[in-house]
Ligand binder design. Structure first.
Ligand code: ASP
Length: 333
Protein backbone atom coordinates (compact mmCIF):
# COMPACT_ATOMS: atom_id res chain seq x y z
CA UNK A 1 0.00 0.00 0.00
CA UNK A 2 1.45 3.40 -0.89
CA UNK A 3 2.06 5.92 1.87
CA UNK A 4 -0.67 8.34 0.81
CA UNK A 5 -3.28 5.62 0.78
CA UNK A 6 -2.11 4.36 4.16
CA UNK A 7 -2.38 7.82 5.72
CA UNK A 8 -5.81 8.34 4.21
CA UNK A 9 -7.04 5.02 5.56
CA UNK A 10 -5.58 5.61 9.01
CA UNK A 11 -7.26 8.97 9.33
CA UNK A 12 -10.55 7.45 8.25
CA UNK A 13 -10.12 4.86 11.00
CA UNK A 14 -9.42 7.54 13.55
CA UNK A 15 -12.43 9.52 12.45
CA UNK A 16 -14.62 6.49 13.07
CA UNK A 17 -13.68 6.47 16.74
CA UNK A 18 -15.60 8.83 18.94
CA UNK A 19 -12.99 10.60 21.04
CA UNK A 20 -14.13 12.14 24.29
CA UNK A 21 -14.69 15.85 24.21
CA UNK A 22 -11.74 17.21 26.19
CA UNK A 23 -13.59 20.32 27.28
CA UNK A 24 -16.32 18.49 29.15
CA UNK A 25 -16.54 19.02 32.87
CA UNK A 26 -15.58 16.31 35.30
CA UNK A 27 -18.64 15.13 37.13
CA UNK A 28 -17.44 14.24 40.64
CA UNK A 29 -18.07 12.85 43.08
CA UNK A 30 -20.39 10.34 41.50
CA UNK A 31 -21.62 6.83 42.23
CA UNK A 32 -23.54 4.57 39.86
CA UNK A 33 -24.93 1.14 40.59
CA UNK A 34 -26.90 -1.66 39.01
CA UNK A 35 -30.67 -1.90 39.33
CA UNK A 36 -33.13 0.30 41.20
CA UNK A 37 -31.93 -1.22 44.47
CA UNK A 38 -28.86 0.90 43.71
CA UNK A 39 -30.69 4.05 44.85
CA UNK A 40 -30.30 3.14 48.52
CA UNK A 41 -26.83 1.73 47.89
CA UNK A 42 -25.78 5.03 46.32
CA UNK A 43 -27.04 6.89 49.39
CA UNK A 44 -24.81 4.75 51.60
CA UNK A 45 -21.84 5.40 49.33
CA UNK A 46 -22.70 9.11 49.10
CA UNK A 47 -22.24 9.62 52.84
CA UNK A 48 -18.56 8.95 52.25
CA UNK A 49 -18.21 10.63 48.86
CA UNK A 50 -19.92 13.83 49.99
CA UNK A 51 -17.58 14.21 52.94
CA UNK A 52 -14.54 14.02 50.66
CA UNK A 53 -13.97 10.34 51.45
CA UNK A 54 -12.28 7.81 49.23
CA UNK A 55 -14.13 5.94 46.51
CA UNK A 56 -12.89 2.59 47.84
CA UNK A 57 -14.59 3.27 51.19
CA UNK A 58 -17.72 4.49 49.43
CA UNK A 59 -18.17 1.39 47.29
CA UNK A 60 -17.55 -0.88 50.26
CA UNK A 61 -20.15 1.05 52.28
CA UNK A 62 -22.66 0.70 49.44
CA UNK A 63 -22.09 -3.03 49.19
CA UNK A 64 -22.32 -3.46 52.96
CA UNK A 65 -25.65 -1.67 52.92
CA UNK A 66 -27.22 -4.10 50.48
CA UNK A 67 -25.64 -7.13 52.12
CA UNK A 68 -27.59 -6.12 55.22
CA UNK A 69 -30.94 -5.96 53.44
CA UNK A 70 -33.15 -8.85 52.45
CA UNK A 71 -32.73 -9.04 48.71
CA UNK A 72 -33.18 -12.02 46.40
CA UNK A 73 -29.71 -11.85 45.12
CA UNK A 74 -27.26 -10.33 47.54
CA UNK A 75 -26.03 -11.31 50.98
CA UNK A 76 -27.13 -14.01 53.37
CA UNK A 77 -30.79 -13.18 52.72
CA UNK A 78 -30.31 -14.12 49.06
CA UNK A 79 -31.56 -17.21 47.30
CA UNK A 80 -29.60 -20.41 47.81
CA UNK A 81 -28.02 -22.81 45.35
CA UNK A 82 -29.77 -26.01 44.33
CA UNK A 83 -28.61 -27.70 47.56
CA UNK A 84 -30.26 -25.01 49.66
CA UNK A 85 -27.00 -23.29 50.63
CA UNK A 86 -26.40 -19.55 50.20
CA UNK A 87 -22.95 -19.02 48.69
CA UNK A 88 -21.69 -15.48 48.29
CA UNK A 89 -19.37 -13.88 45.74
CA UNK A 90 -17.86 -10.41 46.01
CA UNK A 91 -14.97 -8.34 44.75
CA UNK A 92 -13.52 -4.87 45.15
CA UNK A 93 -10.96 -2.86 43.18
CA UNK A 94 -9.34 0.51 43.80
CA UNK A 95 -7.65 3.24 41.81
CA UNK A 96 -4.28 1.56 41.99
CA UNK A 97 -5.58 -1.73 40.58
CA UNK A 98 -5.41 -3.28 44.03
CA UNK A 99 -8.16 -5.84 44.16
CA UNK A 100 -9.59 -8.60 46.31
CA UNK A 101 -12.26 -11.21 45.82
CA UNK A 102 -14.09 -14.07 47.48
CA UNK A 103 -16.24 -16.74 45.90
CA UNK A 104 -18.47 -19.44 47.29
CA UNK A 105 -18.25 -17.92 50.75
CA UNK A 106 -20.81 -19.25 53.24
CA UNK A 107 -22.27 -17.86 56.45
CA UNK A 108 -20.49 -14.51 56.41
CA UNK A 109 -22.57 -11.35 56.50
CA UNK A 110 -20.20 -9.09 54.61
CA UNK A 111 -18.34 -10.82 51.81
CA UNK A 112 -17.34 -7.43 50.39
CA UNK A 113 -15.35 -6.66 53.53
CA UNK A 114 -13.67 -10.06 53.37
CA UNK A 115 -12.76 -9.27 49.75
CA UNK A 116 -11.26 -5.99 50.91
CA UNK A 117 -9.22 -7.80 53.55
CA UNK A 118 -7.96 -10.21 50.87
CA UNK A 119 -6.90 -7.12 48.92
CA UNK A 120 -5.21 -5.42 51.85
CA UNK A 121 -3.85 -8.23 53.99
CA UNK A 122 -2.70 -10.88 51.52
CA UNK A 123 -0.50 -11.03 48.45
CA UNK A 124 -3.42 -12.73 46.67
CA UNK A 125 -6.53 -11.60 44.86
CA UNK A 126 -9.09 -14.37 45.16
CA UNK A 127 -10.00 -16.83 47.90
CA UNK A 128 -12.75 -19.40 47.50
CA UNK A 129 -14.98 -21.71 49.53
CA UNK A 130 -13.63 -23.07 52.79
CA UNK A 131 -10.36 -21.21 52.38
CA UNK A 132 -12.23 -17.93 52.11
CA UNK A 133 -14.31 -18.83 55.16
CA UNK A 134 -11.23 -19.76 57.16
CA UNK A 135 -9.59 -16.49 56.17
CA UNK A 136 -12.71 -14.54 57.16
CA UNK A 137 -12.83 -16.18 60.58
CA UNK A 138 -9.14 -15.56 61.12
CA UNK A 139 -9.77 -11.90 60.34
CA UNK A 140 -12.47 -11.49 62.92
CA UNK A 141 -15.62 -12.06 60.87
CA UNK A 142 -18.39 -13.92 62.66
CA UNK A 143 -19.89 -17.15 61.32
CA UNK A 144 -23.67 -16.76 60.97
CA UNK A 145 -26.16 -19.61 61.39
CA UNK A 146 -26.68 -20.43 57.70
CA UNK A 147 -30.49 -20.33 57.89
CA UNK A 148 -32.33 -19.11 54.81
CA UNK A 149 -34.27 -15.85 55.01
CA UNK A 150 -38.01 -16.45 54.85
CA UNK A 151 -38.14 -14.99 51.30
CA UNK A 152 -35.37 -17.29 50.18
CA UNK A 153 -36.91 -20.27 51.95
CA UNK A 154 -40.24 -19.71 50.16
CA UNK A 155 -38.57 -19.28 46.79
CA UNK A 156 -36.44 -22.38 47.32
CA UNK A 157 -39.44 -24.51 48.29
CA UNK A 158 -41.23 -23.32 45.19
CA UNK A 159 -38.20 -24.14 43.06
CA UNK A 160 -37.96 -27.61 44.60
CA UNK A 161 -41.44 -28.44 43.26
CA UNK A 162 -39.91 -28.66 39.78
CA UNK A 163 -36.22 -28.37 40.60
CA UNK A 164 -35.22 -27.67 37.02
CA UNK A 165 -31.56 -28.47 36.69
CA UNK A 166 -30.61 -25.51 34.60
CA UNK A 167 -29.85 -22.45 36.64
CA UNK A 168 -32.02 -19.78 35.15
CA UNK A 169 -31.90 -16.08 35.11
CA UNK A 170 -35.00 -14.15 34.30
CA UNK A 171 -35.15 -11.47 31.74
CA UNK A 172 -37.35 -8.57 32.57
CA UNK A 173 -39.01 -8.48 29.19
CA UNK A 174 -40.65 -11.85 29.54
CA UNK A 175 -42.44 -11.89 26.20
CA UNK A 176 -39.11 -11.93 24.54
CA UNK A 177 -37.50 -14.84 26.31
CA UNK A 178 -35.96 -17.66 24.34
CA UNK A 179 -35.48 -21.34 25.00
CA UNK A 180 -32.43 -21.21 27.22
CA UNK A 181 -33.70 -19.34 30.19
CA UNK A 182 -37.42 -18.83 30.43
CA UNK A 183 -38.43 -16.24 32.99
CA UNK A 184 -38.46 -18.15 36.22
CA UNK A 185 -41.08 -16.80 38.54
CA UNK A 186 -44.68 -16.69 37.36
CA UNK A 187 -45.31 -13.67 39.56
CA UNK A 188 -42.43 -11.82 37.95
CA UNK A 189 -40.10 -11.88 40.95
CA UNK A 190 -36.60 -11.41 39.63
CA UNK A 191 -34.07 -14.11 40.36
CA UNK A 192 -31.09 -11.91 39.82
CA UNK A 193 -30.13 -8.48 41.05
CA UNK A 194 -26.41 -8.51 41.63
CA UNK A 195 -25.18 -5.26 43.09
CA UNK A 196 -22.31 -3.72 41.17
CA UNK A 197 -21.25 -0.16 41.83
CA UNK A 198 -18.52 2.16 40.73
CA UNK A 199 -17.67 5.53 42.19
CA UNK A 200 -15.38 8.47 41.57
CA UNK A 201 -14.44 10.55 44.59
CA UNK A 202 -13.60 14.26 44.85
CA UNK A 203 -9.96 13.42 44.19
CA UNK A 204 -10.98 11.91 40.83
CA UNK A 205 -10.13 8.36 41.89
CA UNK A 206 -12.24 5.44 40.74
CA UNK A 207 -13.14 2.27 42.63
CA UNK A 208 -15.72 -0.47 42.26
CA UNK A 209 -17.37 -3.27 44.19
CA UNK A 210 -19.67 -6.17 43.40
CA UNK A 211 -21.59 -8.38 45.78
CA UNK A 212 -24.03 -11.20 45.07
CA UNK A 213 -25.42 -14.54 46.08
CA UNK A 214 -25.13 -15.38 42.40
CA UNK A 215 -27.60 -17.04 40.14
CA UNK A 216 -30.46 -18.49 42.15
CA UNK A 217 -30.49 -22.31 42.46
CA UNK A 218 -27.13 -22.66 40.76
CA UNK A 219 -25.09 -25.85 41.03
CA UNK A 220 -23.23 -25.89 44.34
CA UNK A 221 -19.77 -24.50 43.68
CA UNK A 222 -20.74 -22.53 40.58
CA UNK A 223 -19.10 -19.13 40.41
CA UNK A 224 -20.36 -16.43 38.06
CA UNK A 225 -18.79 -13.27 36.75
CA UNK A 226 -19.38 -11.15 39.82
CA UNK A 227 -16.25 -11.90 41.88
CA UNK A 228 -13.97 -12.18 38.84
CA UNK A 229 -11.85 -9.13 38.17
CA UNK A 230 -12.25 -8.27 34.49
CA UNK A 231 -15.59 -10.06 34.24
CA UNK A 232 -17.98 -8.61 36.86
CA UNK A 233 -15.82 -5.60 37.71
CA UNK A 234 -12.89 -3.72 36.26
CA UNK A 235 -11.33 -0.41 37.22
CA UNK A 236 -8.60 1.44 35.39
CA UNK A 237 -8.06 4.77 37.06
CA UNK A 238 -6.74 6.35 33.85
CA UNK A 239 -9.75 5.35 31.79
CA UNK A 240 -12.85 4.33 33.70
CA UNK A 241 -14.63 1.46 35.41
CA UNK A 242 -17.39 -1.00 34.61
CA UNK A 243 -19.59 -3.58 36.26
CA UNK A 244 -22.16 -6.10 35.09
CA UNK A 245 -25.26 -8.04 35.98
CA UNK A 246 -26.95 -10.96 34.29
CA UNK A 247 -25.87 -14.41 33.18
CA UNK A 248 -22.33 -14.56 34.48
CA UNK A 249 -21.14 -17.28 32.15
CA UNK A 250 -21.71 -15.04 29.14
CA UNK A 251 -19.90 -12.16 30.82
CA UNK A 252 -16.91 -14.33 31.70
CA UNK A 253 -16.66 -15.62 28.11
CA UNK A 254 -15.87 -12.13 26.85
CA UNK A 255 -14.04 -10.79 29.96
CA UNK A 256 -16.96 -8.37 29.97
CA UNK A 257 -16.00 -5.39 32.11
CA UNK A 258 -12.38 -5.44 30.98
CA UNK A 259 -13.70 -5.35 27.44
CA UNK A 260 -15.91 -2.36 28.27
CA UNK A 261 -12.98 -0.45 29.79
CA UNK A 262 -10.80 -1.26 26.79
CA UNK A 263 -13.48 0.17 24.50
CA UNK A 264 -13.50 3.33 26.60
CA UNK A 265 -9.71 3.43 26.23
CA UNK A 266 -10.25 3.47 22.48
CA UNK A 267 -12.39 6.57 22.90
CA UNK A 268 -15.90 5.17 23.04
CA UNK A 269 -18.37 6.74 25.44
CA UNK A 270 -19.41 4.56 28.41
CA UNK A 271 -22.72 3.74 26.74
CA UNK A 272 -21.12 2.82 23.41
CA UNK A 273 -18.42 0.79 25.16
CA UNK A 274 -21.13 -1.18 26.98
CA UNK A 275 -23.04 -1.62 23.73
CA UNK A 276 -20.01 -3.01 21.94
CA UNK A 277 -19.43 -5.53 24.73
CA UNK A 278 -23.08 -6.61 24.66
CA UNK A 279 -22.83 -6.99 20.88
CA UNK A 280 -20.01 -9.47 21.33
CA UNK A 281 -22.28 -11.65 23.44
CA UNK A 282 -25.20 -11.32 21.05
CA UNK A 283 -23.13 -11.90 17.92
CA UNK A 284 -21.53 -15.02 19.34
CA UNK A 285 -24.84 -16.82 19.79
CA UNK A 286 -27.89 -14.74 19.03
CA UNK A 287 -30.36 -17.52 19.76
CA UNK A 288 -28.90 -18.04 23.21
CA UNK A 289 -28.68 -14.31 23.82
CA UNK A 290 -32.37 -13.95 22.98
CA UNK A 291 -33.20 -15.90 26.13
CA UNK A 292 -30.91 -14.28 28.65
CA UNK A 293 -30.10 -10.92 30.14
CA UNK A 294 -26.71 -9.28 30.53
CA UNK A 295 -26.27 -5.62 31.32
CA UNK A 296 -23.09 -3.58 31.55
CA UNK A 297 -22.76 -0.29 33.39
CA UNK A 298 -19.73 1.99 33.01
CA UNK A 299 -18.25 5.32 33.97
CA UNK A 300 -15.30 7.11 32.44
CA UNK A 301 -12.70 9.31 34.03
CA UNK A 302 -14.80 12.40 33.39
CA UNK A 303 -17.73 11.03 35.34
CA UNK A 304 -19.75 10.32 32.20
CA UNK A 305 -21.75 7.14 32.54
CA UNK A 306 -23.85 4.78 30.49
CA UNK A 307 -25.17 1.26 30.18
CA UNK A 308 -26.35 -1.27 27.64
CA UNK A 309 -28.12 -4.60 27.93
CA UNK A 310 -29.16 -7.52 25.77
CA UNK A 311 -32.82 -7.15 26.67
CA UNK A 312 -35.21 -4.51 27.79
CA UNK A 313 -35.44 -4.02 31.55
CA UNK A 314 -31.94 -3.32 32.81
CA UNK A 315 -31.98 -0.23 35.01
CA UNK A 316 -29.31 1.53 37.02
CA UNK A 317 -29.08 4.21 39.67
CA UNK A 318 -26.97 7.37 39.61
CA UNK A 319 -26.13 9.86 42.34
CA UNK A 320 -24.19 13.09 41.88
CA UNK A 321 -24.39 16.57 43.34
CA UNK A 322 -27.05 17.33 40.73
CA UNK A 323 -29.07 14.18 40.37
CA UNK A 324 -30.29 11.11 42.15
CA UNK A 325 -32.20 8.92 39.79
CA UNK A 326 -32.87 5.66 38.07
CA UNK A 327 -31.97 5.36 34.39
CA UNK A 328 -33.25 2.77 31.95
CA UNK A 329 -30.60 1.13 29.85
CA UNK A 330 -30.89 0.83 26.09
CA UNK A 331 -30.85 -2.71 24.75
CA UNK A 332 -30.08 -4.66 21.63
CA UNK A 333 -32.71 -7.36 21.15
N1 ASP B 1 -24.05 -12.07 37.40
C1 ASP B 1 -24.57 -12.87 38.46
C2 ASP B 1 -24.09 -14.28 38.32
O1 ASP B 1 -23.95 -14.77 37.21
C3 ASP B 1 -26.04 -12.90 38.50
C4 ASP B 1 -26.70 -11.56 38.63
O2 ASP B 1 -26.37 -10.62 37.96
O3 ASP B 1 -27.57 -11.45 39.47
O4 ASP B 1 -23.92 -14.93 39.33
Amino acid sequence: MDRKKFIAMSSLGLAAIKWPNKSSIINKPIVISTWDSGMAVNEAAWKILSSNGKSIDAVEAGAIYIEDTINCCVGLGGYPDRDGIVTLDACIMDEKSNCGSVAGLEQIQHPISVARKVMENTPHIMLVGNGALQFALENGFKKEDGKLSSDADNAYKKWLEKSDYQPEINIENKKNHGPFAPAFFDDGTPNHDTMGLVAMDVHGDLSGAVTTSGMAFKVHGRVGDSPIIGAGLFVDNEIGAATSSGVGEEVIRICGTHTVVEYMRQGYSPEMACKKAVERIVNRDTQKASGIQVGFLAMNKKGEFGAYAIQKGFVYSVKTNNENKIYTSKYIL
